[in-house]
Every structure is written in structure tokens, then in C-alpha cells.
Ligand binder design. Structure first.
Ligand SMILES: [Zn+2]
Length: 221
């Protein structure tokens, strides 16, 4: 009911082109923009073959075009509301997977508390929260924390990225992780070092299975 009232006061708009959408839509993407999203087919991602700590990876689209623009706005230009639409994109991808096995917990890649305070929100956590609602799976923000306030990864090469995030994550209570299957979510995957460090921390704490999920990747494969 509350959401309905909000829809009337603030009609939903397409996050890409601002077109006003019908009331009650589940994702804020107009038909026209939906056609422009650089979706990846299947789960054709080669990362699994290299030494990664995740057991599988789900990646919705390429980091280009309208998705790239929207993710930049989402993260750096204060658009936390976009999280709902990004969650729906991951949800639709998961629903289309025939081998999807329900996980026990969903976690967003944590930000260091100082960075989160500065940005006002953790973009990965906001997507996780909405995805948890759609999939009816628990989301836990406190199991994994970022202990190192690392430099931005975007200007670093792979070796420096690795050094930058090494041991940056800590599992706060391994009892909550032990023997669990976990979906860990981030907005963008570039070299994969950040996500991989998270997965390593979770595996070291006894997680049975860790699946990574991202909205977009800039990796060529
Ligand atoms: Zn649109």
C-alpha cells in the first residue's frame, strides 16, 4: 500500500532515459532501453578456469553502453534507488538458470565503514537487500567486513589491485558461514580481485560454496 502511494507521488521512471512508466512496475526499465542493455548470454565467463575462490559466477551484462552510464550514476552520483532495478536484472538471470540451487545467505561486497559513510550507502548491499527480498533469502550485512580502507581499484594494474585488497576482508562470525552456501554480490567485476578476496575469506571461514554475482563485467572473454 505504502509503495502504491509512493508510486503515485513519485511515478516510476526508467533509470536510463527517465521515461515515466506505469504504476506498479517491478523494474524501472522501459521497453526501449531494455533492448539496449548489453546482456551476456548464458554464463559464458572463463574466470572459473583460473584460480578463483568462487565456485561459480553469474554476470548479467557487459560493462558498456547504458549499463555503464547507469552504474556510474548509481555509485558516484547518489542514485541509491537504482539498486532495485539492478537487483531485478540479477533476479531475472537467476530465474532463467536451470541449475540454480537456492543459497543460504546473500552478502554484498562490503565497503570500509569510512567509505560507506562518505558515499552514504553501500551499492552492493542495496542490490543484495532487494535481491534477498525477491528470492526470499536472508541477507546479512555484518558477516563480512572490510578492515582495510583501500585505495580505489580503478587506476591500478592487476598486481597492485591484488596487493591493495589482500587480506582486506574479515569474517566476523565463522559460525554463520560454516557449511553454508553463499551468494556474494558486487556491482562491477573488473579483474575480479576484490570479489575473489571476499570469497577467500568466506571459504577460509568454512563456507561450503560461494557463488559470485555481478551486474556487469569489463573483462574480455
Ligand atoms: Zn528507458
Amino acid at each position: 500500500m505504502f509503495e502504491k502511494i509512493l508510486d503515485i507521488i513519485f511515478p516510476p521512471k526508467c533509470i536510463f532515459c527517465n521515461k515515466i512508466l506505469n504504476y506498479g512496475v517491478k523494474s524501472s526499465i522501459c521497453e526501449n532501453c531494455n533492448l539496449k542493455i548489453p546482456f551476456l548470454n548464458g554464463r559464458d565467463i572463463n574466470l572459473i578456469k583460473t584460480n578463483n575462490y568462487f565456485d561459480d559466477i553469474i554476470c548479467v551484462c557487459e560493462y558498456s553502453g547504458i549499463i555503464k552510464e547507469a552504474l556510474i550514476k548509481y555509485k558516484f552520483f547518489n542514485r541509491p534507488s537504482f539498486g532495485r532495478t539492478f537487483a531485478k536484472l540479477i533476479y531475472d538471470k537467476i530465474k532463467g538458470m536451470t541449475d540454480w540451487e537456492k543459497v543460504d545467505i546473500i552478502i554484498g561486497v562490503p565497503l570500509h565503514r569510512k567509505k560507506e559513510k562518505k558515499r552514504g550507502y553501500n551499492q552492493a548491499h542495496l542490490i543484495s537487500k532487494q535481491l534477498g527480498r525477491l528470492l526470499e533469502i536472508k541477507v546479512n550485512k555484518n558477516i563480512l567486513v572490510r578492515t582495510k580502507n583501500t585505495d580505489s581499484q580503478s587506476l591500478l594494474n592487476r598486481a597492485d589491485r591484488l596487493r591493495n585488497v589482500k587480506d582486506a576482508f574479515l569474517v566476523t562470525d565463522s559460525n554463520l558461514v560454516k557449511d553454508k552456501s553463499i551468494l556474494i554480490l558486487d556491482d562491477i567485476l573488473t579483474t575480479g580481485t576484490t570479489l575473489d578476496e571476499c570469497c577467500k575469506a568466506l571459504k577460509d571461514a568454512g563456507a561450503r560454496k560461494v557463488i559470485a554475482a555481478v551486474i556487469a563485467t569489463g573483462r574480455k572473454f
